[in-house]
Each structure stands twice: as C-alpha cells, then as structure tokens.
Write a protein that binds this ligand. Structure first.
Ligand code: EPU
Length: 447
C-alpha cells in the first residue's frame, strides 16, 4: 500500500498546468458508444478512473487508443474510442464496483444498441448514491427498466423491428437540485430518440455543457446546455468527432487551495476560472488573491496567479449544484479555513454525509464541530502533522492541503483514492516546492 509522506511548512511557488477534467472525460468517453465512428478526446487526464473507463469501453466492444504521453507543445494527451463490436452491452459488477461513474454508459448503450445491463452501483464512502432519477428519465423516453440479479436492465421495446426511444418531457429535479450523471445519461439517450425531448431541472454543471458540445459536434441537436432546461431534437445517427475536454475545475480549485494554505503563490495555466466563480469568490472572501490577465480571451482556459493577501479570514459556505459552491471542493475549503482567524460555517447540501475528512483533520489539530450536515470550523493558529487516513477522493485532497501547512510530518494512507482523480499529484506539488513523497507504507517515518 502506498502512502504520501508530507513535511509541512514550506511555501508553494511556481507554475502548474491544470489537467483536463476527470468528471467531464468520463461521460464524454461513454458518449462515444453512441456512434460507430471514431471519437477523439484531447486532454484526457491519466487517472485510475479513466483507465477503468477504458477497460469498460473495451469490454463493451470499443477499440481504445490512449496516448498519455503529453504533446510537447500543448501538454495534451488524447484518447480515441471506436466501437467495433456492438453486441456486448453489459457493464459488469467487477468494473462498476471500482468506479461508480460507469453508470454513464447506460444511456448511450440503450439508445444505440437497444438494451443495456449495468450493475447497480452501490453506495460509496460519500453516502448513498441512488440512480432513481437516471431510470425515471430513461423510462420517460420509453425504455423498459427492471432490476435483475443486482443489474439495472434497460431496453427499448421493439428495437429489433425499428423501435426507438421517444422524445418526452423529463423532470430531473430532486430535493438536492439536479443530478449530473443522470442528466448526462438522459441527454445522451435523447440524442437518438424520435422527436423532441425537454429535460427540465437539468444539471447546469460545466461538464454537462462540455458533453452537449461534443454531442452537437457528433451531429446531435441540443440547445440550452448550461441552463436548467435542455431541448434535444432527436436524430437518426451520430458521427465521430474531435473534441478537447475542458480543464478540471476541481483540480484547479485544489491547487488554488494549496497556494493559499501554504501562503505561497502559484500561476495556473489552462485554468477554467469562468466555471469556478463560486470558488474564486469564496477564496477572495478568505483573503486569497486571484488575478486573471486582462487580455485573457478564453476564460475556460486562462492563466491566473493565486497568492495570499495576509491572514486567512473565516467564511460561510454551502455546497450547491453549479453555479453554487461545489461539493467536490468542500473538504479542501475546510482544510483551508481550519487555519483562518475566526469561525467558519460549512454546510453540505449535496452529499450530507460527506465529512470523512472531519475526524482526520481533527487528528491534525483542527477544531471542528459537526452537527448534521453543518460543520463549524474554529480556526487554529497551526495544524500538526499526524498519520491520517484518506477515504474518498476529495477528502484526501483536503488532507494533502492540511499536511502541507502543518508543523511536522503527515502520512496519508490509502492514496489510491487520490490517484482516482489527481494525476501524479505529489510530483506536481513537489515541482512547486512541496516536501511530499510517495512511499510504500512500511518505509514511512510514522509507520
Ligand atoms: N441523486 C438522487 N437520485 C439520482 C441521482 C442522484 O437522489 O438518481 C442525488 C445524490 O444522492 C446526491 C445528488 O443527487 O445527493 C447529486 O448527485 P449527482 O447525481 O449529481 O452526482 P453524480 O452525478 O453521481 C457527479 C460527480 C461527483 C460530484 C457530483 C455532484 C462524476 C463522475 N461525479 O456525481 O464527483 O460530487 O456529481 O457534483 O461526475 C468527485 O469527483 O469526487 C465526485 C464525487
């Protein structure tokens, strides 16, 4: 088992490029199942989840060519996906178990192959993760849905004799807002439906906008992406495409947090500032300076300079669907304000149990008081290094930030959680001054 060993206290200084987005790449890759032509995706990050998706697509009859060697000029990598055998439509438990996002093959498989079987994703470390809305949406398009031996089984009645999904009005809202991958599934399926589909209370996340952009370049007719109402005019077939994935707003936010918590200064290239206004606004309130060059033309791929303007100030933050503060940055924010001068209040509205980092941060000296889905963070003057346990991906990122700011050595166990969503994080942070290394568990100072 590998762990990170972090010696805290250093400042980060330098320049990093934000990678392509994991959460955009996964549904984009699944969308390649909607055609038999090649779909080229550029700037896909080299992550455990992406490799899992490649494995899944290969099992589903796709030829996948993944070139993870960065282009010397652009720093980009590419993945080319081409379905060559459309007879397999079963995403097995063994794959879905390792990556919940496998569920996003459901809509594309259904629409193109007439049927799909996807192992029912279980809950995960961040709480129950139902898929009822995905299924309700596909049902509204005319799919037959049933549960069978732990698998979700969906089919289009009469597909063999020319039956198709039918356009419909679909409401995808829940008490928490909308569902990102549920929207991706229904949107993808509706592109090949007969007639017009309207998705109301669709997710507005930038990853959905990116998916709609890819689908449109494959020949789909989607309007309204980025708003809660998507309108999709179904087409008979889709072609291939060449698409550049948006940069990862969660990685960018994590790196901004890293600059701030170490009192450092980082220049971030390829930074999607326009997709992270809630994050940058909260960081500014905390006392972090974020400067974007006045001549930047593309604010989804900008260069920005992140530094700190003095002591950290407390903040009140509530996670919400986009454009609100993202749940995927909640743990990193908590690590940051644990060193603020005063009390912060952080409320989690998307995954009310997503607080696995709370007891671990407390082990490092953070003063946290949790009541239900809210944590009051009373800022302390310093954190101290400790052995801590990574749990989910973003909780682990919060611990890395805390470790870099803490006095002494922090060892973070189970870093495979981080590898699911951050590419070689320790090497990139080391390049800008962090004292962080990946070691086998038995080699650690604290072991
Ligand atoms: N929900 C339902 N029913 C459904 C679907 C969702 O009740 O059918 C609920 C969930 O339980 C949750 C809320 O809706 O309370 C939002 O969940 P959503 O479906 O939007 O989450 P997701 O699409 O499964 C994606 C990201 C997550 C991110 C969430 C919220 C990917 C691969 N995953 O998940 O990312 O936290 O949206 O923004 O895109 C991560 O990257 O660490 C991560 C967990």
């Amino acid at each position: 088992m590998e762990v990170f060993e972090i010696e805290g206290g250093g400042r980060l200084e330098g320049r990093l490029r934000v990678n392509g987005s994991k959460n955009a790449s996964l549904p984009l890759m699944a969308a390649a199942l909607l055609t038999d032509k090649p779909v080229i995706l550029r700037d896909v990050p080299d992550l455990a989840d992406i490799r899992n998706m490649i494995r899944l697509l290969t099992e589903l009859g796709c030829e996948v060519e993944a070139d993870f060697e960065p282009d010397p000029d652009s720093g980009e990598r590419s993945v080319t996906i081409r379905p060559v055998d459309e007879t397999h439509s079963h995403a097995r438990y063994e794959v879905v178990r390792t990556m919940r996002a496998s569920v996003c093959v459901l809509g594309p498989l259904l629409a193109r192959r007439g049927a799909a079987r996807v192992s029912m994703p279980g809950g995960c470390a961040i709480g129950d993760r139902p898929v009822d809305l995905h299924l309700r949406g596909l049902e509204a398009l005319g799919a037959r849905v049933c549960l069978d031996s732990g698998d979700i089984s969906v089919s289009i009645p009469g597909f063999e004799t020319g039956g198709r999904l039918r356009g419909a009005t679909v409401f995808l809202g829940g008490s928490f807002g909308s569902t990102v991958l549920g929207t991706a599934n229904v949107l993808s399926a509706a592109t090949l439906a007969e007639g017009i589909t309207m998705i109301e209370s669709a997710a507005c996340e930038p990853e959905i906008v990116d998916l709609a952009k890819l689908l449109n370049s494959m020949g789909a007719k989607i309007s309204g992406a980025g708003s809660p109402r998507l309108v999709i005019e179904g087409v008979e077939s889709l072609s291939g495409a060449d698409h550049r994935v948006i940069p990862d707003r969660i990685e960018a936010a994590t790196l901004m947090g890293a600059a701030a918590i170490t009192d450092g200064a980082l220049t971030l290239d390829n930074c999607p500032v326009d997709a992270m206004l809630a994050v940058t606004e909260h960081l500014r309130q905390i006392g972090v300076e974020i400067r974007v060059g006045p001549h930047e033309k593309d604010l989804l791929r900008a260069t920005c300079r992140v530094s700190r303007g003095g002591d950290l100030k407390p903040v009140v933050a509530t996670t919400q669907p986009h454009p609100g503060f993202p749940t995927d940055v909640q743990a990193q924010l908590m690590a940051l304000v644990s060193l603020a001068d005063g009390n912060s209040v952080i409320t989690e509205k998307i995954f009310p149990e997503r607080f696995l980092h709370v007891p671990e941060l407390a082990r490092m000296g953070a003063r946290l008081h949790r009541q239900g889905a809210t944590v009051v963070v009373s800022g302390v003057r310093e954190l101290t290094g400790a052995p801590v346990m990574a749990s989910d991906l973003r909780a682990s990122a919060g611990l890395v930030l805390a470790g870099m700011a803490a006095r002494g050595v922090t060892t973070i166990n189970r870093v495979y959680h981080l590898d699911r969503g951050y590419e070689r994080l320790e090497q990139r942070l080391e390049r800008v001054g962090a004292k962080i290394r990946r070691v086998k568990a038995e080699q650690t100072v604290a072991a």
